[in-house]
Ligand binder design. Sequence first.
Ligand code: TRP
Length: 357
Amino acid sequence: MSENKKEIVLSGIRATGNLHLGNYFGALRKFVAIQDDYDCNFFVADYHALTTNPDPSQLHHNVKSVLAEYLAAGLDPEKSTIFVQSDVPEVAEMYLLLNMHVGIGELMRTAAFKDKARKALGLSQADDDNDEAFEKQIIGADTNKRVNAGLLTYPTLMAVDILIQKATKVPVGKDQLQHLELTRRFARRFNAFYGVDIFPEPTDFDFGGAPIKVPGLNGSGKMGKSEGNCVYLIDEPKALTKKVMRAVTDEGPQSPNAPMSEPIANLFTLLELCSTPDVVEHFRSAYADCSIRYGDLKKQLAEDILKITNPIRERINDILADEAYIAKILKNGAERARQRAADTLNEVRHIMGIRKF
Ligand code: TRP
């Protein structure tokens, strides 16, 4: 390897809906910042989205909108390889090959699988405290309430995304760390089984500092698609302002320097992310001396969020309207992503004994 070769970074996002402020601060903004220093690869995971059997036209639309949102937020196709997972068919073949070295037990034990399987079976969290009972439920599930095999092998597919590009740095959220751990295990296992050194073991990308947790507007927990508490990058100003104005608060500080309830602390966290330090300071001292009016805080917060999202939303809409531009970027991205994928797949086939006569 030549000395000036940049480290390979790869990350994907499932095409399951629009991107929100949590995605922006937690991922996109950081991706944008590292584009010059790493060999960056960012993709839209449409195969992964299929595990929950989405409506086909909805899936197609989601792929397009996530892509537009990536680009609008500042991912630069000149600097990074930006592509759609299914445009790299080598991934599908290597997924088949790698599955031969993956245990169904270790897949069944992953937290994300349990969670989704539980949902598919209509079980509550408490029902699978007992692993044995849970496994019985899965095996015994009738064909209408099945837990599909794609859900089970989700980690294999994710490992292939990473390993086929030989990525070493994979920025992911906390909920994906277990999948990354499995990826490392699969890489080690494959290398050891065949006595080769083809796969590096990828680690989470360390951006330094404390991880950013973006809270939602409903008073508790982080912003998440499934929580219904999101501010989306694509939200129109009026709707966005309305949402923020409706954010959960409390009855107000009852005494000077009172501790903050979670809903209020969350609003301050958002303010810290989106507003200037003097604005934050102003509302902090207003809270401390009990003169704060939450309506004013929310109005300011909505304005400052819009300063960030307005230009992004405009670019998203421009990009969505330009099919030719999207097609060109994807063609180029797929070509670049396929080069390395094809090389790795060839190596893997050869190593496993699938050879040309
Ligand atoms: N599973 C990831 C998520 O839901 C998305 C993903 C798929 C991914 N393949 C990947 C992330 C490879 C990083 C690398 O967020």
